[in-house]
Design a protein around this ligand. Sequence first.
Ligand code: GAL
Length: 306
Amino acid sequence: MKNENKNGCMWYDTDGNPIQAHAGMILCHKDTYYWYGQNMGGETDRRDTGLHRVDFIGFSCYSSTDCVHWKNEGLVLSACSEPGHPLHPDRVGERPKVLYNEQTRKFVLWFHLDSSDYFTAHAGVAVADSPTGPFRFIREISPNGYDCRDMTLFRDTDGKAYLIYSSDWNKTLRIAQLTDDFLDVNGVFSHAFPEQEREAPAIFTKNGVYYMITSGCTGWDPNNALFGTSKNIFSGWKLIGDPCTGENARQTYFGQSTYIFEKDGVHYLMLDHWKPDDLQMSGYSILPIQTEKGHLTIAFQEYTDL
Ligand code: GAL
């Protein structure tokens, strides 16, 4: 079905309101798609330090049966105004990612949890019984003792799950295996792309090869995406090149990667198109990824068939 929302622009839900699900992901569960993301529907605070931010509001969920029409399911994890609370509005909560755990039958949410100056660099974990929440916040951690900023979750074909996060002040990506219940890291971890300063990781696997698309580190400003591949989740990662082709490829079409999901055998890359002066109006793209002989290519198109 042709998407009625135009790539690179703000997208609207079935009520006609702007979708507030930035730096998000799409989870397919029992024939329904759930889009989780940052709700940035507040004023952008432009700080003297150059940092543009919106107070933490929480994470939204939208549901859809076709991946085209999105119904607002509301906030599934909300900020808490209690002074000193880990989810206080003056903190940063970014890049929410959800996995379903078949053993516990729980939905587990991980996200980047930080202080407003981004110096704390932790991960947050929350859990829910239903895909539309509510999620219960359970912990704030430094995964395996390392700083954690941009991150994603990845569930491998064998059921094992991983947290992949920008670490060492964004110099290196770390790959940490989760416990069987997905609620913590289990101490088995490795890294990818040391000293390459990659962030916004999005990963998938096909025919025994892992592919990871990342952005460079330029805050809300676009830069060029790079993909890397490996035959092993923990080792052997090599940066290959820019998957984007055509006009504005070097700026990832003015977007930044956030997640790769699969629908009907096709992998799609989700992008955020940040508007640093009014972050709540940041747009989205969903673009198909072509995989051929270990190489990825992505082309921009205004409306994607999903
Ligand atoms: C980007 C990052 C975003 C957000 C932003 C803040 O580099 O990918 O998720 O943290 O910086 O400036």
